[in-house]
Design a protein around this ligand. Structure first.
Ligand code: AMP
Length: 211
């Protein structure tokens, strides 16, 4: 089962991926997470990435392709995987097609999670993550930077600051939105309305996957 989650920053791709991972036991390939790992490693590439990502711009198509291609080779991906945050423009979508063709892999489901931009700005700028676990909090829910989670503490992603979020949404509109049509033409696109009830949305997604 090979799945792609598509949608603007903060639409809930990561949350939905995590629910589907638990349900179907397939791994998530998040280019954002892979890039953040590189930054954490303190490498010189990581330093370069930090600068690009904190401005809300995209890193190079070649770099993300090589990250995804390496990850797909791993045994844990043999039964399927969830792509989260890749592809993000038409070149990447075409690169992914070629990669899959070479490896004889088929992309079966593309879920677009649609959420209005004003809601996304609020969600992203209030979003807080834990330094250790998967918890995704929000200042709306009373979470604050520095609060204790189970083992870690809550922090705000550098690129969740207001100006960067607005940039990321512009970049999404210009570069990522065109690939919606690309997948629609392949008849594998499912348009979902995202809201404040992740469980209701995941139930709908699971129904489609189990059909
Ligand atoms: P995300 O965690 O998916 O919101 O990604 C965070 C940042 O990582 C993005 O704003 C980009 O700077 C970079 N990034 C993640 N995925 C890609 C991609 N497929 N292509 C280019 N840049 C990416």
């Amino acid at each position: 089962m090979n799945i792609l989650f598509l949608g603007a920053p903060g639409c809930g791709k990561g949350t939905q991926s995590k629910i589907i991972i638990k349900k179907f036991g397939i791994p998530q390939i998040s280019t954002g997470d892979l890039l953040r790992e590189e930054i954490k490693s303190g490498s010189s590439l990581g330093e370069e990435l930090q600068q690009i990502m904190s401005s809300g711009k995209f890193v190079s198509d070649e770099l993300v392709l090589s990250l995804v291609s390496k990850k797909i080779e791993q045994d844990e991906c043999k039964k399927g995987f969830i792509l989260d945050g890749y592809p993000r423009n038409l070149t990447q979508a075409k690169n992914l097609d070629s990669l899959f063709k070479n490896k004889n892999i088929k992309l079966e489901y593309v879920f677009l999670i649609d959420v209005p931009f004003d809601v996304l700005i609020e969600r992203c700028t209030g979003r807080l993550l834990c330094t250790t676990c998967d918890y995704i909090g929000n200042m709306d829910k009373g979470d604050r930077v520095g609060d204790k989670c189970e083992d870690g503490i809550l922090y705000q992603r550098e690129d969740d600051k207001t100006e960067t979020v607005k940039n990321r949404l512009n970049v999404y509109q210009e570069q990522t939105a065109p690939i919606i049509d690309y997948y629609d033409k392949k008849s594998i696109l499912h348009k979902m309305i995202g809201g404040n009830d992740p469980k209701a949305l995941s139930n709908k997604i699971i129904k489609i996957l189990e059909h």
